[in-house]
Design a protein. Structure first.
Length: 491
C-alpha cells in the first residue's frame, strides 16, 4: 500500500479536516492501492477560498503566458505518460493501450488550449454611429467547479480544466472516488509545469464533496460529467443558485449496419466499440441495429471475435478487455443480463461473470432484441451488446433516435446516399460513418443531445463557452452626445 492520497489546496497537499479516509482499489485483483482523504463541505470551502484568492492575479496574467504554462503541462504529461497510464489501469481497469490513449487526449488538449492563449477570439462589428467602435470580448468567470467520472480519469478532466485555465478562471476539481490516485498524479503535472498556487485545487471524495461544490455560492460555473441520474440532480441544485452548468451524461449508442456494409470492417469496429474499456465508455456501442440481409453473417463474425477476446488484468500484454470498475458495476451488468433473458432476448455468447478475483464479466451478445426492451433503452455500462434487426435505413434511424440518450451513433454502408441521409437524420451529438461510436478528437465539439446533455459541448472552440462570459464594449470617440445615446436605442 502506498502513502495517503491527499487534497491539494492553495498550493499544498493537505489532509481532510475530519481525518476520515477511504480506499482506492484495483478492480483487476481487489487489492487496496492506497488510502485517500475523504472530503466534506469544509474541505470544499477551503479549496474554493484558495481559488478565490488566486483568481485576481491569474485573471490578469496575460493569456499568452497562461497558454505557455499549458504547453509546459503538455510536455510534462508527455514525459509522464507511461506512469500515468499504468496508474490509471491499476485504479480503474482499462487496458494499458486505452489508458495511454486517455492520457494522450490530455496532451492534445493542452497543446490545443495552450494555443488559445494567443487566440481567445472575440470580434468587432460595424456600429450605427460615426466615431464609435464596438467589440465583443471573452471574459473569465471566476472560480469554476469541475466534477468528473472515473472512466476517463485524465481525458475528461483535461477537457474541462485546460479551457477553464487558459480563459483565466481558477479551478476546484472533485474527481471520482474510484480514481483518486491518478487524479493526484495529474495535479502533480500542473505543479511541475509551474501553475501558480491556488489556481488549481483538488478535493478528493464522493457525492457529498461534489454536492458541496455545486451549492457553494462562490462557484459560478459547474462542469459535470457522469451519469444522467447524478447530472440532473446537480443541474437542479445549481440552477436554483443561478449557476451556469455544463452537463455530459449517459449514452445508449448504436451502430447501424446496412446490407452493403464491409463485413470485416464492421466486425472489427463493433467489437472495439462494444467491448473496449469493458463497455464502460460514454460512447460505447450497446446497440447494433442491423439490416436483415447481413444480420446472421455479422452475428457469426462477432461471436467468433468475442470468443477470442483476452479478458484479464489490463497491465498484462495481450489483454484486450479489463475488469468492470467495482462489484456494484458487475452486479448491475448481471441484473441487466437477467432482464434481457426475461424479456425474451437470445443470449449468443457471454452472460456470466468470470470465476476469478477481480470484477470480470464475459463479453456478451444478445440477438432478437426488440427496440422497446429495457436492454435496448437503458445504459448498462458493461460489455453487453444488443442486436436489433431492421428492414430499412429509415427504420434503423428511427430506432436509433427513439432512446432517451443522444451521444454518438454510427452507420456502416458503402452507399454515399445512405450515409448522407443518416448524417442528416441521426439526432446524436456525434455521428460516425464507417467507424465505431468511439474515438473523438479534441478539436471538435464533444457531447450529446436529449438525456445526454444540456446543450453545452466540451472540446473544440466550444469548450470555451462553458468557462467564459461575453463582454460587449462600445467606445465613443466623437466627444459629443450622439443620437444613439439620446434615443437610448441600446436599451
Ligand atoms: P456518477 O454520476 O456516479 O459520478 C460522477 C461524479 O459525480 C463523481 O465524481 C461523483 O463522486 C460525483 N457525484 C455523485 N453524486 C453527486 C452529487 N449528489 N452531487 C455532486 N456530485 C456527485 O458517474 P460515474 O459512475 O463516475 O461515471 C459513469 C457515467 O458517466 C456514465 O453514465 C457515463 O455514460 C457517463 N459519462 C459521460 C461522458 C460524456 O461525455 N457524456 C463521459 C464519460 C462518462
Amino acid at each position: 500500500m502506498t502513502e495517503l492520497v491527499r487534497n491539494y489546496i492553495g498550493g499544498r497537499w493537505v489532509d481532510s479536516r475530519s481525518g476520515t479516509v477511504f480506499e482506492t482499489v484495483n478492480p483487476a485483483n481487489e487489492q487496496v492501492i492506497a488510502p485517500v482523504v475523504l472530503s466534506a463541505a469544509e474541505d470544499v470551502e477551503a479549496a474554493v477560498e484558495a481559488a478565490k484568492v488566486a483568481y485576481p492575479s491569474w485573471r490578469l496574467m496575460p493569456a499568452p503566458r497562461r497558454g505557455e504554462i499549458l504547453y509546459q503541462v503538455a510536455r510534462v504529461i508527455e514525459a509522464r505518460k507511461e506512469a500515468l497510464a499504468r496508474l490509471m489501469t491499476q485504479e480503474m481497469g482499462k487496458v494499458l493501450s486505452e489508458a495511454r490513449g486517455d492520457v494522450q487526449e490530455a496532451i492534445d488538449m493542452a497543446y490545443y488550449m495552450g494555443g488559445e492563449g494567443r487566440r481567445l477570439l472575440g470580434y468587432t462589428a460595424p456600429v450605427e454611429m460615426p466615431d464609435k467602435f464596438g467589440m465583443a470580448l471573452r471574459d473569465s468567470v471566476g472560480v469554476v467547479g469541475l466534477i468528473t467520472p472515473w472512466n476517463f480519469p485524465i481525458a475528461v478532466p483535461s477537457w474541462k480544466m485546460l479551457p477553464a485555465l487558459v480563459a483565466g478562471n481558477t479551478v476546484v476539481w472533485k474527481p471520482s472516488e474510484f480514481t483518486p490516485a491518478v487524479s493526484a498524479a495529474f495535479v502533480e503535472v500542473f505543479i511541475e509545469a509551474g501553475l501558480p498556487e491556488g489556481v488549481l485545487n483538488l478535493v478528493q471524495g464522493a457525492g457529498a464533496a461534489g454536492e458541496a461544490l455545486v451549492t457553494n455560492p462562490a462557484v459560478r460555473v459547474i462542469s459535470f460529467t457522469g451519469s444522467t441520474e447524478t447530472g440532473l440532480k446537480v443541474y437542479v441544485k445549481a440552477a436554483a443558485l443561478g449557476k451556469k452548468v455544463s452537463l455530459e451524461m449517459g449514452g445508449k449508442n448504436a451502430i447501424i449496419v446496412l446490407d452493403d456494409a464491409n463485413l470485416e470492417l464492421a466486425t472489427k469496429a463493433i467489437t472495439w466499440s462494444a467491448y473496449g474499456t469493458t463497455g464502460q465508455r460514454c460512447t460505447a456501442t450497446s446497440r447494433l441495429i442491423v439490416q436483415r440481409g447481413i444480420k446472421s453473417a455479422l452475428i457469426d463474425a462477432l461471436v467468433e471475435r468475442a470468443k477470442s477476446l483476452q479478458v484479464g488484468d489490463g497491465l498484462i500484454d495481450g489483454v484486450e478487455v479489463g475488469p468492470l470498475v467495482d462489484a456494484k458495476a458487475l452486479e448491475k451488468v448481471e441484473q441487466y443480463v437477467a432482464v434481457g433473458r426475461d424479456e425474451g432476448a437470445r443470449l449468443m455468447i457471454g452472460g456470466e461473470r468470470l470465476d476469478r478475483a477481480g470484477y470480470f464479466y464475459a463479453p456478451t451478445l444478445f440477438s432478437d432484441v426488440k427496440p422497446e426492451m429495457r436492454i435496448a433503452r437503458e445504459e448498462i455500462f458493461g460489455p453487453v451488446l444488443s442486436v436489433i434487426e431492421v428492414d430499412s435505413l429509415e427504420e434503423a434511424v428511427a430506432i436509433n433516435n427513439s432512446v432517451p440518450y443522444g451521444l454518438s451513433s454510427s452507420i456502416f454502408t458503402e452507399n454515399v446516399n445512405a450515409a448522407f441521409r443518416a448524417i442528416r437524420d441521426l439526432t446524436t451529438g456525434i455521428v460516425y460513418i464507417n467507424h465505431g461510436t468511439t474515438g473523438a478528437e479534441i478539436q471538435f465539439p464533444f457531447g450529446g443531445t436529449r438525456a445526454t446533455g444540456n446543450g453545452m459541448r466540451e472540446a473544440g472552440q466550444t469548450a470555451l463557452d462553458s468557462f467564459t462570459e461575453w463582454k460587449s464594449v462600445y467606445i465613443d470617440y466623437s466627444g459629443r452626445l450622439q443620437r444613439a445615446q439620446i434615443d437610448n436605442r441600446e436599451g
